[in-house]
Every structure is written in C-alpha cells, then in structure tokens.
Ligand binder design. Structure first.
Ligand code: ZN
Length: 176
C-alpha cells in the first residue's frame, strides 16, 4: 500500500485530510466532509495519491485508508445515503457488498442442504422432522420409510431428525 502526497509529507497530509472531517456525531454517526464537494455533495480532496494515482473522491480515500484498496471499476457505496459522509463504517465497495451477498446466499444453502440428495424445500424438511415415528420399526427402517415418502435418502432423513442439517427449522420452532 503506497500512499503519497505531491504537496505534503504523508503524515501531514493525513492530518490535513482529517481536519476536513466533522466527527462530532460520534463513532457511529455520519462524518460529513466539510471541505470542497462536487455538485452531488461528495467530498473532494486533491493531495492524496495511492499507488501512484491521484484519488480525489473522499469516500474512496476513506475506504482506502480505513478498509482497504478498491478495484478501479467499483464504486464506494454509502449505507447511510449521505453523500458527504466519509465514516468508514458507512462505506463499502462493490466487492464488499457482493461478498456479503454471496456469504448470505452461501450460508443459506449450507444451512439447508449439506451433502448429496438433500434438495428439499424447507416445508419438506419440516414435514420430515415432525413425521410420525413408527415404534414397531427400528430407527434405520424409519429413516428409510420416511425417505421413500419424500424421495430422498435415509441419510438425509437421519440428519434432519438428528438436527445435523436444517438447524434453522428447530430455531424457527423454538424461536417465536
Ligand atoms: Zn454516514
């Protein structure tokens, strides 16, 4: 990470940059840029160089300083919808947003279907979980019987009944 300023030593430049930020709203509040802004209200700063290139957008500068580098074609987004805000807690680059989205989706699919033959809907998984147990049969026979009804494998039924998969079903049942 190479940060340079053409007009000031880096440390002085960072102090200078910081002096244009109003942090009076506290750690979690919006930090408006009180220096020059563009017509849309986004802060502009002209002394910051990153990897040999001038970066003028203050949202980008704050992201680079506090969160990390940004791929060139990505935008820095404000969760607060407040253009002059440069609080890094309110900023994210495209990749970050995409990552979060992917993580959510990954989490959702992992929670549901782990392993093979587990393409069940939540409703089916709940139905399997609450399916009556035949006490005249051994466990294995029960798993196979239920699996046949839901067109899945005995292993999947076992995992659902033993709470190894579809854990959120059990959370749903006890959570409300
Ligand atoms: Zn903000």
């Amino acid at each position: 990470m190479i940060i340079l300023s053409k007009r000031l030593p880096v440390f002085e430049m960072l102090l200078d940059y910081d002096s244009y930020i109003d942090k009076s709203a506290g750690e979690l509040g919006c930090w408006p840029w009180i220096g020059t802004t563009d017509k849309d209200g986004y802060g502009r700063y002209r002394k910051f160089y990153y990897d040999g290139r001038e970066v003028t957008g203050c949202s980008r500068i704050s992201h680079i300083l506090h969160i990390g580098p940004i791929l060139e074609d990505l935008r820095v987004l404000h969760s607060c919808d407040n253009p002059p805000c440069v609080n890094p807690r309110h900023l994210s680059a495209g990749t970050h947003v995409e990552n979060m989205k992917q993580m959510k989706e990954r989490g959702r699919s992992l929670r549901g279907a782990r392993g093979t033959g587990a393409k069940l809907t939540e409703e089916q998984a709940i139905a399997i979980y609450i399916h009556p147990w035949n006490d005249n049969l051994c466990n294995r026979e029960n798993y196979t019987l239920i699996a046949g009804k839901f067109n899945t494998t005995a292993g999947t039924v076992y995992h659902i009944r033993e709470r190894k998969t579809w854990k959120h079903i059990h959370e749903l049942q006890t959570g409300s």
